[in-house]
Design a protein around this ligand. Structure first.
Ligand code: GUN
Length: 292
């Protein structure tokens, strides 16, 4: 039997529609719209693409965006100053510093400088700390992890009491999504590059979140029959037949896995669009908190 395809693109479009309606209502009631500042350091093509997509998505729902494209050799002090100015800017409700930052920049210091109330990426150490403790509410939850949970919820997948396996332990996805699953009462296992008997452990998952960044690493026979698979991977692999010379694949061998899973996200069109939808949601929520 072939799995249900979890259509992240369609779910994200629905969410963007909900957000647009709320932005319109805010405009009517307060004559104000939410504002997102994007901070891009250097000229990485992937980061430029992500930031461009985020700004376009803002425009489509009526969120104002403020761009700060900075040179790769900007000093720590100058970058800090940009963040501090944005903290004080009354029309900016969210500050997004695109990662990764160049090697000479102390990322932790920059992320710590973002006002807690504008930390729409949820990467401030205090927001991450609160996410990692019981009964402590972070002001914002990181966008990709939040998008994974939203996909499960909107697809009617029960989380409580089920076996969840997270493959990957990054600060951006693996660790925070694990915390969210735990808060939702999943029984959690976190695996990574040093895990022994990896296929065997992945095979225990009722819910698998794959976020290792290795193209098609998870094979069909690693999947428990009937499992739900959320593939966060976004890997470019050479493909001479493709117009661009490459194609995007996830961390899961999709064609094999879809024959075993009960539901699975495609790449592209699964988690990716949800990350942006959750950024818009966080920016709107930040603005509402300030106004109300
Ligand atoms: N780099 C990769 N993913 C993300 C993200 O969600 N937010 C930011 N700021 N940078 C990223």
């Amino acid at each position: 039997m072939s799995a249900q395809i979890i259509d992240g693109k369609a779910i994200a479009a629905t969410i963007r529609g909900e957000i647009k309606a709320e932005v319109d209502a805010m405009q009517t009631r307060y004559s104000q719209v939410p504002g997102l500042a994007t901070v891009l350091v250097g000229e990485r093509k992937d980061s430029q693409t992500y930031v461009r997509m985020k700004k376009k998505a803002c425009a489509e729902v009526g969120i104002a965006s403020f761009s700060h494209d900075l040179p790769a050799d900007i000093s720590q002090a100058d970058l800090l100053k940009v963040v501090q100015d944005l903290n004080a800017h009354p029309e900016v409700n969210g500050i997004l510093v695109q990662l990764p930052l160049p090697d000479h920049i102390n990322e932790e210091e920059i992320l710590s400088a973002i006002s807690l109330t504008k930390d729409v990426d949820g990467f401030h150490p205090i927001n991450i700390g609160r996410l990692s403790m019981k009964r402590r509410a972070p002001l914002f939850v990181p966008c990709t992890p939040k998008g994974c949970i939203e996909l499960l919820d909107r697809s009617g997948v029960e989380i409580e009491g089920r076996r969840a396996v997270v493959l990957g332990r990054s600060n951006i996805v693996g660790l925070p999504v694990a915390m969210l699953l735990l808060h939702r009462n999943a029984t959690l296992t976190i695996c990574h590059s040093r895990t022994q008997n990896l296929p065997q452990i992945v095979r225990e998952a009722d819910i698998l979140i794959a976020a290792v960044g290795r193209p098609e690493m998870v094979k069909g026979d690693w999947i428990k029959p009937g499992a739900v698979v959320i593939d966060v991977g976004m890997n470019a692999v050479d493909d001479p037949a493709a117009a661009k010379g490459y194609r995007l694949v996830g961390d899961v061998a999709f064609d094999e896995a879809r024959e075993v899973a009960s539901a699975i996200t495609p790449v592209p069109g699964g988690v990716g669009p949800m990350t942006i939808a959750m950024l818009l949601r966080n920016t709107l929520d930040g603005a509402k908190r300030t106004l109300e």
